[in-house]
Design a protein around this ligand. Structure first.
Ligand code: SF4
Length: 220
């Protein structure tokens, strides 16, 4: 039975806000609905939440559920990575859509930095990730998907792939097609890359075709 990714990877929303402006952004809607900040386009650091990382029970934390990694101010990043250093019991997952805007390096073995790719025109983000961010673990999320991907993607160095579909009720919402998902699954299985299909794919793919693999470090 498929599980919700949120039951495995917990959001810790230290930074709220992002100025990229994706039309399908659920984070912006949540921010408005729960009045988290006055203006979602201006990221805010909730330093008072840092103590959550001091939890001794190991967790996989999703650090950018309501932000984009490259939208963080350098001093916020430094402070957060200091706290991560003090808490090596966890794994930390980050996502960005504009890796070309940063030059960042970490040797933390528990930092997983990745890019979101929603269209084949955005595949350059994977190369940009490798070029501009030096870290031990890279990952890619294909969600939402607005086009099929090529059959020969360069997934060199990628340690985890997540695949999903657009959720919500946006006008013009685009469902991932089974063939698009199968193409990605074929390429990741050929390369032995663990791949996680998000639970929203069940109605599209059927429960029997669901694969929900995690990197070994995430199994706690
Ligand atoms: S990058 Fe993420 S947080 Fe920023 S607008 Fe797009 S979906 Fe929202």
């Amino acid at each position: 039975m498929s599980v919700c990714i949120k039951s495995l990877i917990k959001n810790v929303n230290l930074i709220v806000g992002c100025d990229i402006g994706c039309p399908y952004c659920y984070a912006r809607n949540n921010c408005r609905r729960f009045h988290m900040t006055d203006d979602f386009s201006k990221p805010v650091f909730f330093r008072n939440k840092l103590h959550i990382l001091d939890n001794k029970q190991p967790h996989v934390w999703f650090m950018t559920g309501l932000s984009d990694f490259t939208g963080w101010l350098p001093e916020w990043r430094e402070e957060i990575f200091e706290r991560m250093k003090a808490n090596p019991q966890h794994q930390y997952v980050f996502l960005t859509k504009r890796p070309e805007r940063i030059d960042f390096e970490t040797d933390f073995d528990n930092a997983w930095i990745g890019v979101t790719v929603t269209h084949r025109n955005e595949l350059h983000r994977i190369a940009d990730l490798r070029e501009h961010i030096k870290c031990r673990h890279y990952h890619v999320t294909f969600e939402p998907m607005f086009s099929p991907m090529p059959e020969d993607m360069d997934l060199q160095g990628i340690d985890w792939v997540v695949v999903g579909t657009e959720t919500g009720k946006r006008r013009g919402k685009c469902d991932s097609k089974p063939a698009w998902v199968e193409n990605i699954l074929h390429q990741t299985s050929m390369r032995g890359i663990p791949t996680f299909m998000k639970e929203d794919l069940v109605p599209i793919m059927g429960e029997d075709r669901m694969i929900q693999q995690l990197p070994k470090a995430f199994v706690m």
